[in-house]
Design a protein. Sequence first.
Length: 319
Amino acid sequence: MKLMIIRKMDRGCMELAQVDLKLLLCLSSLLKHQNVSMAADEMNMSQPAMSRSLAKLRTLFKDPLFVRTAVGMEPTVHALSLVQPLEKTLNQLTELFSKQDFCPNDCKRNFRLHMTSYLTQAHLPDIAEAFYIAAPNAQLEIINLQEKSLLQQSAQNIDLALCSQVMQVPEHFHQIPVGEEMMSCFMAKNHPLSKETLTLDNFLDYPHIVVSIGGGPNVLIETNLSKLGKIRKVGLRVPHYLGALEVLSRTKMLFSSTSFVADRFSQLFPITSRPLPIENNSLNYVLVWPPTVHNDPAQQWLRKLCADIIKNNLKSDKK
């Protein structure tokens, strides 16, 4: 292994462009044992190989480092002066090459989680609760996710994203599935269709509410309708999910959505739902992240936390 060290040195000092890291380990062992054979055994080297390393160290430091005496090898003054800085350097290098354990309680990082407004409404309360219990000094930043957001942003700005199959995800991103939701058609409890079987014809007879979140469930609805050569009338476009539910409860419009959030607020708003009269109406959710954060212990912790919560929420919703 080669350790590249490039720096400017004061006049009269040694300037190193390249140092063999193993030589430093050999020096540490020689200082410890003050015996070539014992140092060679510790380094799993032959004695001649350790002698050659000592010769290289003498050239490198321009000092004998060890001299033979009647009682064995004795370190020179310069060699003794290297003991503490060498130990410090090797400890720092060990830390550099070692995978650090992650402790959420000590973490002060900012984590960026990309989600649509619907998924924020559905899962953020539970994610945030668990996040701040485990990592009270860390920060969680929620970034609104649009259909092409992940293609347009640098990977450096993305820690983790929760999205469905209608979102465009870079091919090189990692991903894990976290569950699925079936879509339904929501309407006011006093809607004329609330007591009837929903058909494609009466589904298209009424105006629809669309939550403009970019790449959301509406993309799936429009795609499936276009395959049938049909189009629905949009009566309202709104950026906020809760606003859509309140308007829905007061009008004769229809609202196609997955059910997790709508069911959560069904007691607040007098709404009900019916199965959609079109096929292929499920959304599959995945957590995705760029390769740059794949091996980061902190990011691995965040991914597991989010995945466990979302899976549990979607599992509970099916009961």
